[in-house]
Structure formats: C-alpha cells, structure tokens
Write a new protein. Structure first.
Length: 276
C-alpha cells in the first residue's frame, strides 16, 4: 500500500486490508472501529487510500449508504478525508484539531462544560503555556508578540474593535505555538473557540487593562522572569474570569472583558465577535 504523500494525488493500488463482514445493527460504528484498528496497528498510514466504496461495502457486507455514514463519521473525527474526482477516494489524513474544538463546543452546548469550568481550565492551561513559552522564548518570538500588541493598540485607537479582539486572541495562540508542543496549540485553540462563543453569548464590554498587562507581561518575559510573567498572566485572566462570570444571568454586571465590543453594542453581540 502507498505510504507517501504522493499517493494522495495519484490513483495508487488499494491496500489489501482484511476487513470483516458486519453483523451489528449499528453497522456504521463497527466499520469505523475496524478502520481505526487498522490505523492503530500501522497497516493503514497517513496518505493511504482505502478501497473503493463498492469494494468496502462488499467487504463489510453493508449497503453503500451505511458505508458512507461510517466514512463521514471518520471524516468528522479528522481521521480520513474524502476526495472527489478520478484520483479521489477516502484517504487517511494527518488528523485535525477541529475534532477537539467541535467536541468541546458540543459539550458546552449540552451543558457538560459550564462557564466557570471553561474559564478556570483556561487559566490552568495558560499558566503552563506561559511557563514553557518563557523558557523557549527567542528574540524573534518576543518581537512577534510585541508586534501583536502594537496591532491591538492601533486597532483600539482606530475604533476597530473586531480587529482588536482578533489580535488579543492571536496573542494567546502565539504563546501556545512558542511551547513547540502541538497538543498545547490544539487545546488552547479549542478553549479559545468555546470561550469566544461564551463571551459572544453574554454581550461583552471593552476594558482599559489588557494592553497595560500585555506590556508588563512582555517586560517580564524579556527579562527572563518566568514567575512574574506567569503571575501577570494569571492575575489578568482571573480578573477577566470575574468579569465574565459577573455577566451571567442573575448576577450583577461588573467589570469589563478583554478585547470585546464596547457597551453600546452589547445588546447585539453576535454582530461583532468578542475576544477571550
């Protein structure tokens, strides 16, 4: 079977994977389980193309509609990608962080994750990220952070609140990338996605304290003062957390949140995304 990226664009021979006929009433789930097992065993690798729909349906002993349902579930999980055309088919992909984001967002929607748990986990995760980012910081990375803050300041001065919110969000993503650990990047991005949805739902307000905190944080990072950098970020995020939670129904509105829209637009939060 093909094991290189070249197999993605070329019509390569199909792997002779010994899939078993399905007997379960929930056939699409068992199909997904078997494909995952082949991937875990190393018999299917990134870039491998699965047999054609017809061949797979015959191997599993299911209808093509059932097979497609299984393939779609694997696509949503980020394990395969479906490509159309003469050289298309179902290919084992490199995986996608989108599956983690979707999972967290679904848990938030059904109430399995509450706002307090969301903001608390963000503080914990970011403390670890900041510590590692400080240890691995390079002049180039610090300059990238400074440029981000300058862009946020310029957006604020121009009254471009959406741009400012995006820059504040990107600041945290830069820190996550500085850890050089893709797991930290994925989880931070997923948390920020859900947190931004939460802030949008409560109708956020602007604040004057994010930019000053950014400058203090960068000063500590440049000086190699890891503890002070972590403390600055934790204090900043805890202040935001109190503000976020104070805006939930049944609580008195107090404080302001990072990089969000000004109070005059809080009644229509969905028109302009808030920051985290």
């Amino acid at each position: 079977m093909p094991t290189s990226r070249k197999s993605v664009s070329a019509a390569a021979p199909e792997p002779a994977t010994p899939f078993q006929a399905i007997r379960s009433a929930r056939a699409f789930e068992e199909i997904a389980v078997q494909i995952r097992a082949e991937l875990a065993a190393g018999r299917l690798k990134v870039g491998s193309r699965l047999p054609s729909e017809r061949a797979l349906a015959e191997q599993f002993g299911v209808s093509r509609n059932t097979l497609r349902e299984a393939l779609r579930s694997l696509e949503h999980a980020g394990l395969i990608r479906l490509q159309k055309g003469a050289s298309g088919g179902a290919f084992i992909s490199e995986g996608s962080a989108g599956a983690v984001m979707t999972g967290l967002l679904d848990l938030y929607h059904v109430g399995a994750i509450g706002p307090a748990q969301l903001t608390q986990s963000r503080i914990w995760l970011e403390s670890v990220i900041v510590r590692e980012a400080c240890h691995r910081a390079t002049p180039k990375a610090i300059e990238l952070l400074r440029h981000n803050v300058a862009e946020a300041e310029a957006a604020d001065a121009a009254g471009d609140f959406e741009r400012r919110a995006d820059r504040h969000i990107e600041f945290h993503r830069i820190l996550a990338r500085m850890t050089e650990n893709p797991i930290m990047v994925v989880f931070m991005d997923a948390l920020l996605t859900v947190l931004r949805y939460f802030i949008r739902s409560i109708g956020a307000q602007t604040n004057p304290f994010t930019i000053p905190s950014r400058h203090r944080f960068l000063k500590h990072m440049e000086e190699g003062d890891v503890q002070s950098a972590v403390a600055e970020m934790e204090n900043h995020l805890k202040r935001l957390e109190r503000s976020y939670l104070s805006q939930l129904p049944g609580t008195e509105h107090a404080g302001a949140v990072e990089g969000a829209t000004p109070a005059r637009t809080a009644r229509r939060p969905t028109r302009r995304p808030s920051a985290s």
